[in-house]
Write a protein of this length. Sequence first.
Length: 755
Amino acid sequence: MPRKKTKEINTKRSLLAKGYYSDCRKANMLHAAIVRSPTVTGRVTGISIPNLPEGYFLYTAKDIPGKKQIKENNVLMNIFSNSSISYTGEPLGIVVGPEEYKVKELRDSANISFDISDLESALDKVIHKSKTPIVSTDITDLVSTFNELPSLDNVIDSKRFEKITEQEIALRKITTGKFKKQDYSEILQSFSNKEDSEEVIEIKGTFQQKVSNPKWLETDGAFAYYENGELHVYTPTKWTYSVQKTLSECLDIPTERIYVHKTISSGLNANGLWRTTQLAIQTAVAAILSKHPVKLMLSQTEQQKFMSPNIETEFSFNTIVSKSGLIKASKININVDVGINNPFAQEIADRLSIGICNYYKLNNLSITTKVVTSQNPPTSIFIRRIDSEAFFAIENHFHQIATKLNILPEELRKINKSQKTTDFPFELELPDTEAVIQNTIKVSDFNRKYSAFKMDAMNRLKKGSNPFFAIPLRGMGIATAYNSSNYLGTSVFTYNPKIEVTLFNDENVEIHALQASPVIQNIWKETASDILQLPKENIKIVSEFEIEDFPTSPENYYSSVGILNDLIKKCCTDIQKKRFHQPLPITSKKSVSAAKKNWNNETFSGNPFTATSFASTAVEVQLDSFTYTATIKGIWITIDCGEIFDEVAAKRAIMLHIQQELTTLVKGATINCNKFSINFIQSKNKTGQIGELVHNTLPAAFAAALSMALQTQLSVLPCTEEQIYNLIQAREIEKEKELGSEEAAENENKKEFGE
């Protein structure tokens, strides 16, 4: 009798993102909802749902067959918490069933049992904190009284638990010049006491940019089913390797039996790293245990509360600057709240510490970046925008200094971009920054408008002026920043990009690489077509990998149009040399060297990036003084990103990014703008990324322009109409005090001269 043929196991996986997980359907599919902790702390002893209908299931940590935690970079995150609670909303279990509305009802009715000793302590504190003693026996009065008591979050004694949640987990300190031997107060005193030196002033500022999406077209989640011994998971991940590995560990399934299907990420700041992995595992657990296909899709509220891509970062500056605009010394403190945990804390600290310098070279610099945990939901990392908040802070601080000193912003930048310093740690390879800035100033008529709007705004603040008349307030702002490619200082990810090109017998060509955008794919095909002298239709991009060859780092971590295109050129040139001397098919493989010759991790110095592009953005803002609504009258952006392969496509991409940014500047609103100017400067520099240049410059330029219109510093974005109103009110009070002081001084002078 012939032996039964066994099914061959497929170990190849496509890393091409297709479709949306929310569109996935399968027969007998169940919907899922997460049971979450109602309190910030406590010790859970049990979870149950009374009268759970047939066909509906509740699964918790105890039901997970393998490991019950995700581990990345030595940081652990529970799939479901089974003991101590770390933050409000922490997942405790998952409810699944055929009717979505019923699943959510059951989730909301879940009974969560806490350690009685903790609850007794909490209730005792509640009663003692209550102003009104509980004496009534009427049930209505009792319910009303309990509703008015403080939240359990405020009274449960978190010190009773072993886990300490608020702690410093990453630190980066940089000191140059005088800060190596003196503290800030001593340096300030030394500059203030020198009679022969130029007069200096101290300028302080605090800034914060909160990255958020106004709306998700598709919230985070996953779809999973287990069939014929194979697990299929559909999720919008950017880190397939992590999902595959962790699913195998937590579910005790061999990796070759797991198929992770990448779906398209929705939203500007898609958070496709380890928190997406958590959702994929939660869904897969429910699918395997229930023996049904399961879809988990977070609500908009859950997405906002528990999956926001934002880390809370505050930048504070104490800067000593001369009247001519030369920064003598600056002390910068950066405080980062990453929630209950974040495996990328040190990388966040390091990138912010580099980004806060932008492209300026300052003498006597002190940067202290602290990353701390808190009892907020865990955060992740949005790699391509990790340093954008630092650019927002330093550019607005420069606007603040220029305003205080009454000099043009371009002059301040020119003075401070090339100070003579012997121990500045970073050496960036940048394009001609001055050419980029001057082009933006020219096309926007910046200097004339800046001076005119500033004079007009200052006149409104003079004695007797009324800032609330019909003429709109206007302002001009400018911001500059670079966009880096391939950070070399990382200690988390070590993957170096590889390209493999194969020429087959039928003259078809496969480029084996991670998925790129349609525009970049077209550039790659044109490059291969030119070198190999074949029609572009013969070139195909393949994103299939053997499981053992999966990129171990996130798929959007290491990316540069220029670097990868150069690798394709090398591969195709190699094939072209061999194609007439050896039989087909011919394969050529090239990769970027892992050597980091220009960067020293131990001293945290050198050139931290393989390539940089640069942009300067000017924004003209008009503010309605009655409704406090802002309108952008014009946006002018100039970019030098080295060689441009397709300028039309690049302009289209920049325009899309601008439109996206206009939805994030004012909370709950999209700002209108009808005038755009996008300019590229062609150069022979290494080709750099353009993707985040708009985000790195437009918010800062907008805030600077609005600050001019308000004649007070706007330090937080996104802003609100209430915030703008309060800033105007505060500025008026401040001006009245200034005028009162001037009037008092004038009266004293009159008395002195006997008038």
